[in-house]
Design a protein around this ligand. Structure first.
Ligand code: ZN
Ligand code: ZN
Length: 150
């Protein structure tokens, strides 16, 4: 049985503050309520990846970097785009993480090897020095863990 959103958020509080998962603009406007912008599949996968697969502290936003989770229309990375921008980061379905004690490549391998634990399919960005994962159900893709290049 899938946990409810409330249960997921309660458990995620052991590992993350909402300010780590959304941009500063969103956090100053919505505070704790900003959890509402994060997709349920994303929350469910984040919990499993943190608690059951990587079992290590994961840093998303931290001092000086606030666009690694949810991005809003005021975020520099979004505002400066001259073309349509529908990244999983603006849909509340993505995060970029640094994992304590392992490289992004090692984290991606661990996730790939434990794909059966994930409650739904995920995508990971291949070949980058951070762990980007998202739950965008990409059209036409059947793999449980799909690696893409931006
Ligand atoms: Zn923003
Ligand atoms: Zn990303």
């Amino acid at each position: 049985m899938r946990q409810t959103r409330d249960e997921l958020i309660r458990e995620l509080h052991e590992y993350f503050q909402i300010s780590e998962l959304v941009c500063d603009h969103t956090h100053s406007a919505w505070g704790e309520r900003a959890w509402q912008f994060l997709d349920t599949d994303y929350l469910a996968c984040l919990l499993v990846i943190r608690r059951d697969i990587l079992k290590a502290p994961m840093t998303c936003n931290h001092a000086g970097a606030h666009q690694r989770g949810l991005r809003c229309n005021r975020c520099e990375l979004v505002r400066t785009k001259g073309k349509v921008y529908l990244s999983s980061h603006v849909l509340g379905k993505a995060g970029d993480f640094t994992v304590d004690g392992m490289t992004a490549q090692e984290a991606r391998s661990l996730i790939r090897n434990n794909a059966h634990l994930l409650p739904c399919p995920i995508r990971m960005e291949a070949g980058v020095t951070w762990l980007h994962f998202d739950v965008l159900p990409q059209y036409g893709i059947k793999q449980k863990v799909y690696e893409f290049t931006a």
